[in-house]
Structure formats: structure tokens, C-alpha cells
Design a protein around this ligand. Structure first.
Ligand code: PLP
Length: 356
């Protein structure tokens, strides 16, 4: 590449938006990134303390990933040869895209879909076929079925971010069976939903399921993701495509310990699901919004033109939600993470006051 080509390439890349992170506001109630605050901070602190005791960070994490893989294999009830690790599931998605997709491959996905995935497709100039959500924020299976043969890759976040929608299990299974190409099912929010398709990786050679410790396990800051697929793919993924040491020692140790606390973690998931129902109910009762069902740890609602005002007013009161703007026919969407009972009550109270 000549100097001139380099400059042109950088200029082209500069036109891209990149993944839009939420605004950083110090000390606010963070309900903008689908993190998990129901998990007790002390529990996480104990994990890190213990992880530190088990680690010698002068060493590369040799042999450590294998232990985490064994723990994950146990958790998902599949052989360890079917599990690979990544620096967050973001990085796993990036590895798949950069190695298996190109300007010539078409990706079938929904509109909207996970923002990072969309931005990565733009970066690599991978064409996408996007199926829009209906006015009720639902996807139509037939739309996907009819386009499935035109696509080389199907990417679905199940549940979807930012809508919270998830196909019925039998629908998703039908769609996976129909696709000849690679099927990527992103289950970042899988544990908050009613089902997982991870077990299907045993039978479906073309299925890749991507999962994370960021949401259910409340370990977003450690950047711990994993991928489940057929043994051949996982071998290539881990031995050839992935970095030699994608995860740091503390993250690996903390991941192993978190899986030992699965009962406590499942309890937080139960609370989040309960609180999700409460938030949806209360927002609906206000009569001011279109509130969509959710299978994830967040709720999407259309503030019917008042989104900017509500977003700013909430922020002034120290509550940060995600401003998403137009989604399909809905002009002013906001997404709120399901936090602790206390956080959710503060959010709901602030909304109530704003509507007075
Ligand atoms: C659908 C989806 N997939 C993947 C991720 C990324 O997760 P990780 O923290 O493991 O990179 C997110 C994070 O918000 C997400 O919403």
C-alpha cells in the first residue's frame, strides 16, 4: 500500500460511525448498557480477590483457559472441544466476520440488530439483507425463511438488542434448519429468555452460538465471551484464528469462580425477570408510551416524540438510559436496563414525576 493509498483508506474509514457507546456520565444510575447490577458488588469483589490469590500475573495464562473451558462445558452440558473463548463476545463476532465474510458474502439479519455487529459489517463492507421489525417490534419468520437462500450467513441476536424480541423456539429451530450457510445465534441475553439453542450445535454443523459473561454473570468489565460450535470449527477458532492468550489471567480465574456460584447468579436472573415484568407493567400503565415485550434484561419503549425531553430530564436526575431514536415506525425510542429493585423504582418514580 502506498502512502497515498494509506491516506485514502484512513479517510474512507473515518467516514464510518463506529460503535456508538453511551455517553459517559460519572456517578449516574447506569441503566444504559444492559449491565447487571443485581449481582452483589461484594460477590464480585470476592471473586476478584480469590482470582488474584489464584494467579501469578508474571506468567502468561498457559493452561488456564482450558480450565475455564471445562467449567463452561459443564455449564452448557457439551464437550469441551465445542467451546472457544474470546475477549468479550464482540471479539468473537469480529473474528468470525473477518475470516468467514467478505464483500461477496451476504448476511441476513434484522433491522435493528446489535450495533457492534452492524458497524463491523460496514467496516468490512459486507453486504447485509435486513428484515425490519413490525410496528409491535416483532420479527416475521416467513420474511427470514424466504430470504434464507439468498444469504451466506444468518446473524440473529436472540433475544435481540435493542428490542428484546426473541423468536419462539420452534421458529428459530426451523429457521436454523432451513439455512445452508453459517448461522450465528448471539445469546448475549440468553439466560434472561425462555430457551437457548446451544444444544443444537451438536446436530447443526453450521450453527455458531456466541455467549458472554457480561450480562448474566455481571462481569462486563472483565471482557469474557465464549463460542459454542462443532469441534472442527472450534479447533480452528482456538488454534489458528484466536490470539494465543485472548483472556487475561484474572478474567479466566474469575470466570471459573463465577460458574461455581451459579445458584446465586441464577437467583439474580430470576429477580431481573421479575423486575422486567414490573417495569413493563408500570410503563404501560402510564399510558404515555408504547412499551415492547422483552426477553432480555432491558425494556424498549417509544416515548412518542418525548424521548429527547425524557432522556435529558432523567439524566438531570442522575439516571442514564439509552437514547435510540427512530426504530422502524417508532420515532423516539428509549431503552432502559433492568437494574436492582431500588434502581428501577427510582427510574419509575422519575418517569412518573416527569409525566405529571
Ligand atoms: C447482542 C449482543 N451481543 C454481544 C454483546 C457484547 O457482549 P460482550 O460484552 O461479551 O462483548 C452485546 C453487548 O451489549 C450485545 O448486546
Amino acid at each position: 500500500m502506498t502512502k497515498k493509498q494509506f491516506i485514502i483508506k484512513v479517510e474512507e474509514m473515518a467516514k464510518l460511525q463506529g460503535y456508538q457507546k453511551p455517553e459517559y456520565n460519572e456517578g449516574v444510575l447506569k441503566l444504559d448498557s444492559n449491565e447487571n447490577f443485581v449481582i452483589n458488588k461484594q460477590l464480585q469483589q470476592d471473586l476478584i480477590d480469590m482470582a488474584q490469590k489464584n494467579s501469578d500475573i508474571r506468567e502468561y495464562p498457559l493452561g488456564k483457559s482450558e480450565k475455564l473451558i471445562e467449567s463452561i462445558a459443564n455449564y452448557v452440558n457439551l464437550p469441551k472441544q465445542m467451546i472457544g473463548l474470546g475477549n468479550g463476545s464482540d471479539q468473537i463476532l469480529d473474528i468470525i466476520l473477518s475470516n468467514f465474510a467478505s464483500k461477496k458474502t451476504k448476511i441476513l439479519t434484522s433491522n435493528p440488530t446489535f450495533g457492534f455487529f452492524e458497524e463491523r459489517c460496514k467496516l468490512y463492507q459486507i453486504p447485509t439483507i435486513k428484515i425490519p421489525f413490525s410496528k409491535d417490534m416483532i420479527l416475521n419468520l416467513d420474511d427470514f425463511m424466504s430470504k434464507s437462500k439468498q444469504a451466506d450467513i444468518l446473524y440473529l441476536d436472540s433475544p435481540n438488542n435493542p428490542t428484546g424480541f426473541q423468536f419462539k423456539k420452534e421458529e428459530l429451530v426451523e429457521l436454523i434448519k432451513k439455512c445452508d450457510g453459517i448461522v450465528i445465534v448471539d445469546e448475549a441475553y440468553g439466560e434472561f429468555s425462555d430457551y437457548s439453542v446451544v444444544g443444537l450445535t451438536k446436530k447443526s454443523e453450521n450453527l455458531i452460538v456466541v455467549r458472554t459473561f457480561s450480562k448474566t454473570f455481571g462481569l462486563a468489565g472483565l471482557r469474557l465471551g465464549y463460542v459454542v460450535s462443532n469441534k472442527k470449527f472450534i479447533d480452528v477458532f482456538s488454534r489458528v484464528l484466536q490470539y494465543p492468550y485472548p483472556l487475561n489471567t484474572l478474567a479466566i480465574e474469575a470466570g471459573i469462580l463465577a460458574l461455581q456460584k451459579i445458584k446465586q447468579i441464577e437467583e439474580t436472573t430470576r429477580i431481573i425477570k421479575e423486575e422486567r415484568t414490573r417495569i413493563i407493567k408500570k410503563l404501560r400503565e402510564s399510558g404515555a408510551f408504547d412499551v415492547f415485550d422483552s426477553k432480555a434484561n432491558f425494556v424498549l419503549f417509544d416515548a412518542r416524540g418525548a424521548d429527547k425531553r425524557i432522556y435529558t430530564a432523567l439524566l438531570e436526575q442522575g439516571i442514564s438510559v439509552r437514547k435510540l431514536g427512530k426504530i422502524g415506525k417508532h420515532e423516539g425510542c428509549l431503552r432502559v436496563t433492568v437494574g436492582t429493585k431500588d434502581m428501577n423504582s427510582k427510574f419509575l418514580l422519575a418517569i412518573r414525576d416527569l409525566l405529571k
